[in-house]
Design a protein around this ligand. Structure first.
Ligand SMILES: Cc1ncc(COP(=O)(O)O)c(C=O)c1O
Length: 393
């Protein structure tokens, strides 16, 4: 059904004509465009009464329309998946995946290097609903992780590389061992952006991303995704989204699509510049080690090289022991780098890391993290150099 054009109904009152004309009657798409329409709708107009109860067709806007559907499809292409569920943020994608598959009495194994708000969710909300979390050391081997799993274990959450301390997991091996024991694997794949690594191809069951980072790429949108191949998992993700009432706006989904168009190009540049800056850091006397698996000296380099096509622009630098006030003086002296959380945007960011650990405390020196943006790497190095010189003065 569509609202009839006003011109066809001169007998209608002015009030009705104004109300229905503002509904945009007959405003079919005037031209073909590169991107999908951003459809704004809570109500979906249905052709007849029978269609109201036809669950095989969209009947309410909350589940997403043209741009959300287009982004889901594009994410399936990126992650080589059959189905992608979108969420309003990366954190919502991870928590949405967890509540879709867990039940009271389950145990989950979570990397100690996990994004801190996920830990808060596990220790607070999941615990409230009778799900227990066990943390495993961020550099534990697959065998060691499996050895920590009690019989009630339902899922293992992987973040590789961990986004503050950059430990990596042998994901294919862990996925294989977990599947053999009937345990699901969920991976936070934000660092690889679905470009450098495709977890589903390596046996992982659920691949989540904060699209907020590299996919959207401009530090101005929250979005998340969970990709799966198993139809039972697809059903679980869809149903939880419907039951919980979470929604993604058409505008945000459109921004995700726009970001995807330039993702391969931006990502390669982020990685090339990050490698240059990371190598420079290796030469500085204040550096204890650079945590970036793309560097041959990184202890996870062989694993990264075996499984990953590329790196991204995010790495950590462990500094030699120094008072935190000195580290703050260095960071506060940066001119080109913004200071802030998040990463994967076009602009370079720096932050002081304070990893929250329970299974494997961080015993190294002060840790800083850099998200290398699309500026000239030479300018970024000059900026870092002048800020480090403030410490040397
Ligand atoms: C590794 C990782 N996963 C997930 C998230 C959450 O993403 P969002 O900020 O979109 O909720 C972040 C955010 O910083 C992150 O660093």
């Amino acid at each position: 059904m569509t609202y009839p054009s006003n011109a066809d109904h001169p007998e209608q009152s002015r009030e009705t004509r104004i109300v229905h004309s503002a509904a945009g009657a007959g405003a079919s798409l005037p031209a073909e465009t590169v991107g999908p329409a951003i459809q704004k709708a809570s109500t979906i107009l249905l052709p007849n009464t029978a269609a109201l109860f036809d669950s095989s067709r969209p009947n309410y806007g909350r589940q997403g329309l043209a741009s959300q559907m287009a982004l889901s499809q594009a994410m399936c292409e990126l992650e080589n998946a059959r189905f992608c569920q979108l969420y309003g943020s990366g954190l919502a994608a991870l928590t949405g995946a967890l509540v879709s598959v867990l039940a009271a009495g389950d145990v989950i194994l979570v990397t100690d290097g996990v994004y801190q708000p996920v830990r808060r969710f596990c220790d607070g909300q999941l615990q409230r609903f009778g799900v227990r979390t066990i943390y495993y050391p961020a550099d534990a081997s697959p065998d060691a992780i499996l050895a920590l799993c009690p019989p009630e274990t339902r899922l293992i959450l992987i973040e590789s590389p961990a986004s503050q301390t950059f430990e990596m997991t042998d994901v294919p091996q862990l996925a294989r061992l977990a599947r053999a024991r009937g345990i699901l694997t969920l991976m936070d794949n934000t660092w690889a952006a679905g470009l450098a690594f495709r977890p589903l191809e390596h046996g992982v069951d659920l691949s989540a991303q904060a699209l907020t980072k590299y996919v959207c790429g401009h530090s101005d949108v929250f979005l998340g995704s969970v990709c799966v191949n198993d139809p039972a998992l697809e059903h679980a993700l869809r149903q939880t989204m419907i039951d919980a009432g979470f929604a993604v706006t058409g505008e945000d989904a459109y921004q995700g699509l726009r970001g995807l168009r330039t993702l391969p190009t931006r990502f390669a540049r982020h990685a090339a510049s990050a490698l240059e800056v990371a190598r420079w850091f290796q030469q500085q006397p204040e550096t204890a080690q650079v945590l970036y698996p793309a560097l041959p000296q990184d202890r996870f380099h062989a694993l990264w090289k075996r499984d990953y096509d590329q790196a991204c622009g995010l790495f950590g630098v462990e500094l030699n022991p120094m008072p935190e006030a000195e580290v703050e003086r260095f960071l506060d002296g940066l001119r080109l780098f913004g200071l802030g959380f998040s990463w994967g945007g076009f602009e370079s960011l720096a932050t002081l890391s304070r990893p929250t650990r329970t299974a494997s405390p961080w015993t190294g020196g002060p840790l800083v993290r850099f998200s290398i943006g699309l500026e000239s790497p030479g300018d970024l190095i000059d900026d870092l150099d002048q800020a480090l010189n403030r410490l040397r003065a």
